[in-house]
Design a protein around this ligand. Sequence first.
Ligand SMILES: *Cc1c(COP(=O)(O)O)cnc(C)c1O
Length: 341
Amino acid sequence: MVPLRLTVDRAALARNWRWFRDRAGVPAAAAVKADGYGLGARLVVDALFAAGARSFLVSTFAEAAALGPPGEGADVVVLHGFAAEEAPLAASLPWARPVLNTGRQVRAWASAFPGRPADLMVETGMNRLGLAPADAASALVAVPVETVHSHLATADEPANPMAEAQLARFREIAAACPGPRFSIANSAAVCRGPAFALDLVRPGLGLYGGVPHPAADVVPVVTLAARVLQVKPLAQGDPVGYGAAWRAPGPARVATVNLGYADGIFRALGPALLFRAGDRRCPAVGRVSMDMLAVDVTGTDVAEGDWLELGFDVPRLAAVSGLSQYELLVSLGRRFERVAA
Ligand SMILES: *Cc1c(COP(=O)(O)O)cnc(C)c1O
């Protein structure tokens, strides 16, 4: 038994996904790369499939294989594309298709799987992945294309007009290439307005309780729980933890729980961590250790063996730590038992 739990609220996840779909007014895929942004791709896909999602984005064919079948009639889209040596793996995953980003990927896919559909990524200004717009037309001849994608560099900066410029460039490409669906919006772009929705949107962060944009209406999805290893009664002035960085301001009780920076609970988060013991709120105190941290449980009946809960408030923890919301989610460690509730 692992005394460390990460609970994914399926209803909250589904609610967030529906919010992005309804805001966009078009079908919504779900980005589940990096093991569902750290939450556990399998349970995320199962929850969102039940809510109606039918397209799931991963980074690699290896991630698609680890995920397994997404559900009847659903597909998995592989963002990093396809290399010839992945043909046996791709052959074993009939529900998966790559997003082809380069001419070499287009040729490799067309020759390994003639007539099998794929998606394309085209460059509109981010200069990360994607075919030059001039090469999209020949790719559309070589491969049956379901969706043409592009990706925005500044969707989460509401005052930055680069997103509109990328959208305008993408619309020109779309006008010249009738047939496939077109998609450019991540979570933040959906929030910017309906012009970005096009035929399909691709939210990720916002599904998991991250807030990508001031207009986003999302609810928290993740709750952590850790077990109390020991409780110590302290006198005024007694220090706690490395560096003796905290001292009891008066008579106190401090619980040591089995959660630390090896689990993604970084030192920089320490001052913002507020645990729940029943209806009491108990702050973390002192420095976070690798596998442990201290919680001030003064005035509660918290005892050895009890569980303390920690709502994982992604935007607040990002604001406090200076880490991105994405980094905080994907850093949640492998020791958590991931469960859906
Ligand atoms: C990760 C990713 C998304 C989702 O982005 P969020 O900012 O998490 O909503 C959408 N599209 C592509 C191409 C991505 O790589």
